[in-house]
Design a binder for this molecule. Structure first.
Ligand code: CA
Ligand code: ZN
Length: 319
């Protein structure tokens, strides 16, 4: 990214929002930190999920209260976004910092019975290459764990996911992706954070490579909305989400229902055709399943863009 003349770069941004402006929850009662118009390029600085508290071997195992995890930079008020609309957030670029961390916690994650000690692993991130140790390195694949808007009712911490987005932990929410979020309040009140330099499907130990960084986004508004939960779109696919509390089968089912609903309502599939098509061409997967979760688990259905369903929404009226 950045070499193509058509690809925006950070120097093109017309707004800058520092990580000093952050919240640990999504709520319509939060004061906007920034007001933007659709289409404007916005440079957003994000904290890592520990707000910079885990930096070296001395503090590597520090216990961070859950109320101080996942700061989301924002809220960003988007002029013209009204309840019933869709906020379409395009991630043009993600520039992670130079050092990230992953941690294990007792009683947490799919391998907790095998690895019972708390442990922290730092990673160097240089020129798109992540180094874990002298033997293990791999390409960076930066993404945002947290992206959300003010929920319909009340206040929701940045730790769980939900219909408002939040801690979706979908590793497809990376460079080039557009995340469509259902708007419930004027201005939408977007927040983003919890950058990962890399995170696998499931995030099985409970963290990705948690890292600070810079994000270049722009925001469009689609009038009207066709989904209950956020929908991600990239060059080849659109991806629905399903969220449930400690209930992976329900999370997977909701992701399927969301995809089927879009195929039926937007693209004219019968429910039977949608069912079959998703079975033979859709890829059902796990965004996040940190067993045993005390919060939400997230399923995703990846739908290929073919001429019969080239986008999540048909003929969206954008402003
Ligand atoms: Ca996360
Ligand atoms: Zn994270």
């Amino acid at each position: 990214m950045g070499m193509d003349a058509n690809t925006p770069s950070f120097s093109d941004a017309v707004h800058y929002l520092s990580r000093d402006h952050h919240t640990f929850s999504f709520s319509a009662s939060h004061e906007p930190a920034l007001r933007v118009c659709p289409g404007e390029l916005i440079h957003v600085q994000t904290w890592d999920c520990y707000k910079g508290a885990i930096t070296n071997d001395e503090n590597a195992l520090s216990v961070i209260p859950e109320s101080e995890v996942n700061p989301a930079t924002g809220p960003i008020y988007v002029h013209g976004a009204e309840p019933g609309d869709t906020l379409s957030v395009t991630i043009h670029e993600i520039k992670p910092g130079v050092r990230g961390v992953a941690r294990t916690y007792p009683g947490n994650g799919q391998l907790q019975h095998l690895a019972i000690s708390p442990y922290a692993q730092f990673f160097d991130v240089v020129d798109g290459l992540i180094t874990m140790n002298e033997n293990v390195s791999f390409p960076a694949s930066p993404m945002l764990g947290v992206i959300g808007v003010a929920p319909e009712f009340g206040e929701i911490a940045t730790m769980p996911a939900g219909k408002h987005g939040g801690n979706l932990d979908n590793n497809l929410n990376g460079i080039g992706a557009t995340i469509h979020l259902p708007v419930k309040h004027s201005g939408a009140l977007l927040g983003i954070g919890d950058m990962h330099a890399s995170m696998g499907d499931g995030e099985i130990c409970g963290t990705g490579i948690e890292i600070e960084g810079d994000v270049l986004i722009s925001i469009d508004i689609i009038k009207g909305n066709g989904s209950q939960y956020p929908v991600t779109e990239n060059a080849t696919s659109w991806i629905t989400h399903g969220v449930a509390v400690e209930d992976l089968p329900s999370a997977l089912r909701i992701a399927c229902e969301e995809a089927a609903n879009l195929l039926v309502t937007q693209w004219g599939f019968t429910i039977e055709d949608a069912f079959i098509f998703l079975s033979v061409q859709g890829n059902l997967g796990i965004a996040q399943a940190v067993y045993p979760s005390t919060g939400t688990v997230i399923g995703k259905m990846v739908v290929p863009k073919i001429s019969a369903c080239p986008a999540p929404f048909k003929n969206p009226f954008r402003i």
